[in-house]
Write a protein that binds this ligand. Structure first.
Ligand code: SF4
Ligand code: SF4
Ligand code: SF4
Length: 436
């Protein structure tokens, strides 16, 4: 019997002399006397009774003799990433955008005539239906992204209505969400997308009015956008489930609490906003800056203190709680995840659209695994000694490959964020221990 390598310890939690131990693979947690844990670390389990030992083994905190924890991790990892029971599609209806945010990770790609055509939308629908039938999926998750996806409402309506009907007919669960800058989200538009199966919209606001307007302004005349977005959110809150995400820099992060207060004053408190989440602005390879996409794509280089503080501010106002750390492989390495560009080209990561060499197929063609697809699904970037010894491997899984591309010039490399992941996890475990 030994301690799992995936344990994270929060000392003096929930109170002095105790220790909260969390296993990042099983997500099991136990509160122990600090001295008992120290004993096990030295090979002396006399501080624990047989029942306690059994329960710690069940939680994955203690590993019985003969049990290969690395193999268990590998089996679980591969089961999750090659689970084809759901199909998760990010659909870029257009690369055009009515905003000209200077940090946009898509940079110059947001200029020009880059709208998905009705014909390509037909191909997208057929491609998704074919994948769903062949894979016998039980769920399709469709996420509309851009540019600004609402600049191509006909494609949202076409794909939404057709896939909604298809899923109803086949008994498949259909979940659809839009990521939008919120400027075009009038009540009428919200009702139209809701009729096309969209349940929720995630709108980006980068801070209180003057900060938001200085980063997220209109293309062309540089017009302000904050008030229009707030008005739209107020009018749509009964039509769609709303969430807000935002991007901050080392300079603007401290103003996020003021935005939260403004939202509450505008009637957009926790009752109206399903989730609020902020992420740091990170570099991109297009000369702009990359923002985070979803929980699986959060870079944090040097920002973990701000992430922890930001979470506290959200919790204090009732906007969320400390989400339990999750086992969430990057979509690029999962066989059920695809990004479809406005022209029908397929990618494994939304940040790679229009990047030569990273296309893994096209909706108008048969899906044959090409070299890039094989690299995405075949490589385990973390197959090295350091990662194998790392206690947060199940939460990191090699990190964001796009950040590795930006920082090291190779998408199939590592983006190590051990210090940040550990710090955030210890804080979360501390909070969970208090709430037990
Ligand atoms: S960050 Fe979003 S809203 Fe801003 S220019 Fe880029 S695509 Fe448009
Ligand atoms: S490489 Fe990074 S941004 Fe791309 S899908 Fe994976 S986690 Fe998300
Ligand atoms: S990349 Fe870093 S944080 Fe991730 S598993 Fe490897 S050592 Fe751990």
């Amino acid at each position: 019997m030994r301690l799992s390598k995936f344990n994270i310890k929060a000392i003096d939690a929930p109170e002095k002399g105790k220790m909260a131990v969390f296993n990042t693979l099983t997500r099991g947690m136990a509160i122990l006397e600090g001295s008992a844990l120290e004993g096990i670390e030295k090979g002396d389990s006399s501080g624990l009774g047989p029942e306690e030992i059994k329960s710690l083994e069940e939680l994955g905190i203690l590993i019985p003799e003969g049990f290969d924890e690395d193999l268990f991790f590998d089996v679980y990892y591969n089961q999750v990433r090659f689970d084809n029971t759901s199909l998760r599609i990010t659909l870029l209806t257009t690369l055009n955008c009515n905003f000209a945010c200077p940090y946009c990770y898509e940079g110059d790609l947001t200029y020009g005539k880059k709208q998905m055509s009705g014909e390509t939308a037909e191909d997208v629908i057929s491609w998704i239906k074919k994948r769903a039938i062949e894979g016998r999926v039980s769920k399709i998750r469709l996420e509309y992204l851009g540019g600004e996806p609402l600049m191509n409402l006909p494609v949202i309506e076409k794909t939404g209505h057709e896939l909604l009907n298809f899923c109803k007919e086949k008994g498949i669960k259909f979940v659809s969400i839009i990521i939008s800058n919120g400027y075009l989200l009038t009540k009428e538009t919200a009702e139209r997308v809701a009729a096309a199966g969209v349940e929720s919209v995630r709108v980006t606001i980068d801070g209180p009015e003057e900060i938001h307007n200085s980063y997220r302004f209109l293309r062309g005349d540089g017009g302000k956008t904050y008030r229009t977005i707030i008005k739209n959110l107020q009018e749509c809150k009964d039509v769609l489930s709303l969430s807000i995400c935002g991007t901050y820099t080392k300079e603007t992060g401290e103003h996020i609490p003021r935005l939260l207060d403004d939202l509450m004053e505008a009637g957009l408190g926790p009752d109206s906003i399903h989730k609020v989440q902020f992420g740091p602005m990170m570099p991109s390879d297009t000369g702009g800056k990359a923002a985070n996409f979803d929980k699986r794509c959060i870079p944090m280089d040097g920002y973990h203190d701000m992430i922890i503080k930001g979470n506290e501010e959200l919790i204090r106002r009732g906007y969320g709680n400390y989400a339990e750390p999750e086992f969430c492989p990057c979509p690029a390495v999962c066989s059920g995840d695809y990004t479809i560009n406005y022209d029908g080209a397929l990618y494994k990561c939304p940040c790679l659209v229009d990047h030569p060499g990273y296309e893994v197929g096209h909706v108008a063609k048969e899906l044959n695994y090409n070299a890039e697809m094989v690299r995405c699904l075949g490589y385990n970037t973390f197959e090295n000694e350091r990662c194998r010894r790392c206690n947060v491997l199940p939460l990191c899984l090699g990190g964001c490959r796009y950040m590795a591309l930006v920082q090291k010039g190779n998408f199939h490399n590592l983006d190590c964020q051990q210090e940040g992941i550990e710090a955030i996890t210890v804080e979360t475990v501390r909070r969970m221990a208090k709430e037990l």
